[in-house]
Design a protein around this ligand. Structure first.
Ligand code: ZN
Length: 332
């Protein structure tokens, strides 16, 4: 009898404990919720779970969510923040979704010119990298169609071409006579290097004579108009700059002849120039086979001062100054 009673008590005890345990579990959230809140995920964690790498910048969370809403994938967002310039990011945030995969690796990409890049790349069937540089140089348009006035005409690395014009009243304020050719003037910054260039050439039996250096806007105008008396405009444009578009107005360009020629370099002197001028800060500005970029046929005689550092890089890269300017001297 005693044993039976004990078993009943034990079973009842187990049942009661079970009920208490269940009741506790069902009601504990009601009583303990405030003490043990469920941790909310941060916006940053939510983005990271989607695969977006957090970038430490103001408004990143808002921007990333904006891009997600526009339809960009996490990978695309990561690429945008890894490769795109600040200017481009701002424009991307203010536009509809665009597939940018061809452009992440292109340092001189400008989002506002996207349609022109795509059209020009299709038309010319060239690498997108080249299409970007050429469109940036307005080469998808006829020459002289888009013209920007140069803001810093006295810069040693100023780009003067058919879409970059010098102000008509620009005259360099540091023009000096070349000591060995006192009738000719160039910028003071270039004169010592030029004297060193012709001295070095002489040591290699190359005798270089400058014959046209600084030219004013008015002088260039007379020159260009003079050519128009002999040739139609489209022909003159292949060999003479319109006023405001001549590098000679910068005081950094020189036309050089060989002592044995009245207006050009001999082949061997040109070869010397191509191989050595960069050591003194000069480049051959209108090289062979680049007329589609420069807009001029080959001009062996025309050299331009850009300083030693840039001249060396341009020589190594073997590109035109127009391309170099867009790729290395322009902020995108
Ligand atoms: Zn020239």
């Amino acid at each position: 009898m005693k044993k039976k009673k004990l078993i009943v008590i034990i079973i009842a005890g187990i049942i009661i404990l079970g009920i208490i345990f269940l009741a506790f579990n069902l009601t504990k959230d009601l009583f303990f919720k405030d003490k043990n809140p469920i941790v909310n995920k941060t916006d940053e964690q939510i983005l990271e779970e989607k695969g977006v790498n957090f970038v430490s910048r103001e408004n990143f969370l808002t921007e990333a969510n904006t891009l997600l809403d526009k339809g960009y994938t996490a990978d695309e967002i990561n690429n945008i923040y890894e490769y795109m310039s600040e200017n481009n990011i701002e424009k991307i945030l203010n536009s509809d979704y665009v597939d940018l995969k061809d452009f992440y690796q292109i340092s001189n990409f400008d989002f506002t010119k996207l349609d022109r890049y795509l059209a020009y790349q299709t038309l010319e069937n060239i690498d997108m990298k080249d299409a970007v540089t050429r469109v940036n140089l307005n080469l998808d348009e006829p020459f002289y169609q888009t013209i920007e006035e140069i803001e810093d005409p006295s810069s040693i690395t100023v780009l003067v071409n058919k879409s970059h014009a010098l102000p008509s009243d620009y005259v360099p304020d540091d023009l000096v006579s070349i000591p060995s050719f006192p009738n000719l003037q160039i910028r003071d910054d270039a004169v010592d290097d030029f004297e060193n260039l012709i001295a070095a050439a002489k040591l290699d039996n190359v005798y270089l004579i400058p014959y046209s250096t600084y030219r004013s806007y008015d002088y260039q105008e007379r020159l260009y108009n003079g050519y128009l008396e002999d040739d139609p405009k489209d022909v003159v444009d292949t060999y003479s700059a319109r006023p405001g578009h001549s590098e000679h107005q910068t005081g950094l360009a020189l036309d050089i002849r060989s002592s044995s020629h009245w207006s050009n370099l001999t082949d061997s002197d040109y070869e010397w120039m191509l191989n050595n001028s960069y050591k003194y800060g000069f480049i051959v500005r209108y090289p062979k086979d680049n007329s589609t970029i420069t807009g001029y046929k080959e001009e062996p005689w025309h050299i331009r001062y850009v300083g030693k550092e840039h001249a060396q890089k341009i020589h190594e890269l073997n590109i035109t100054f127009d391309e170099y300017y867009d790729l290395y001297l322009t902020k995108y």
